[in-house]
Write a protein that binds this ligand. Structure first.
Ligand code: PMV
Length: 325
């Protein structure tokens, strides 16, 4: 049957960095994120008789090469689980602005999982969708739910999935600063592999990530933006430090990354709570209160053009769409 779903992207406050099992995408550490309202992917899946391979249409044009192959490999898993070996027509549209500095893999695989699970008659419970989405991209496991979400690392395929932690229904904001929109040179897969294998800081990262996670959960319950921000910022720095200690060392930071970090420190010195976090790329996301967004935007506009600044708020979990996309 035809099914369509929408899923939103998320930003990790406690990062996932490193795989214990590359095949099953089991992470070395548990992580925690905030789902965002500004960026989402809509995807439909329709198994069709007579197709000799999956047909993937992205933004109105047929997709080919490595991105299409990745989606097809994921669909092979759906076919294996459902014992329905029909190929599918997959139509997908990313509403993740190119200039937002966000990757679309989290929202993309969450939306694809939900649509594919329904289309192939698989279990569509949150846990089942999260486990399935994890196989496409680790961070996608968290985009199944809205608000603050924790991905429990688990010990095997059955126990590694995300759970909602808090709906984040208070005025918290995420300001995305796109420093460089070019595709990254080192994929997160390769970056993780190198860090796990060679970084002498990696064992410390694992310990710190678990400790940060235990500390951020009470701060989320108390809506303590300062504490959440401090823990998230320090956690991001520790992940990036582990990359610097890899052999050969590497970093995703660029000059613009440093500029935003310095502005966050400067804004805090002016009494404006504002905390940075960065993923496997140069772009920076600032966590702040709704009340301070305009002042922070004003400060950043001296350094960055308006189109590279996007304001996001907490977003919802995955949802099915009634109308064709
Ligand atoms: O889900 P992946 O394989 O794109 O890895 C995401 C890694 C980080 O974005 C750096 C951290 C995270 O937890 O999202």
């Amino acid at each position: 049957m035809y099914a369509a779903a929408r899923a939103y992207t998320n930003i990790a406050l406690i990062k996932y960095w490193g795989k214990k099992d590359e095949q099953l995408i089991l992470p070395m550490n548990s992580s925690l994120s905030l789902t965002l309202d500004a960026f989402y992917t809509e995807t439909s899946v329709e198994p069709l008789q007579g197709l000799h391979e999956d047909e993937v249409i992205m933004a109105g044009a047929p997709l080919s090469g490595a991105p299409a192959a990745k989606i097809s490999r994921f669909m092979d898993l759906v076919r294996e689980k459902s014992r329905n070996h029909m190929f599918a027509r997959i139509v997908t549209r990313n509403h993740v602005p190119v200039a937002s500095g966000f990757a679309s893999s989290a929202s993309g695989f969450a939306a694809l999982s939900a649509a594919a699970a329904r289309a192939y008659g698989l279990d569509c419970s949150g846990t089942a969708l999260s486990r399935l989405a994890r196989r496409g991209s680790g961070s996608a496991s968290r985009s199944i739910y809205g608000g603050f979400v924790k991905w429990m690392k688990g010990t095997d395929d059955a126990s590694s999935y995300a759970v909602p932690v808090d709906p984040a229904n208070w005025p918290i904001c995420l300001l995305a600063v796109a420093v460089n929109k070019q595709p990254k040179k080192i994929s997160s897969r390769e970056g993780m592999r190198r860090t796990v294998k060679t970084s002498s800081f990696y064992p410390v990262w694992i310990k710190e990530a678990e400790r940060d996670l235990a500390r951020i959960e009470p701060a989320i319950r108390e809506h303590d933006l300062d504490m959440i921000g401090k823990i998230a910022e320090a956690n991001a720095l520790k992940m990036h430090a582990a990359m610097l200690a890899a052999e050969p060392p590497f970093t995703y930071w660029e000059e613009g990354t440093m500029t935003v970090m310095r502005r966050a420190v400067h804004l805090r010195e002016q009494g404006i709570p504002c905390y940075f976090t960065m993923d496997a790329g140069p772009n920076v996301k600032l966590l702040c209160s709704e009340a301070d967004v305009d002042r922070i935007l004003e400060d950043l506009s001296e350094f960055f053009p308006p189109e590279s600044l996007t304001v996001a708020r907490p977003g919802p979990g995955v949802d099915y769409l009634e109308n064709p996309i």
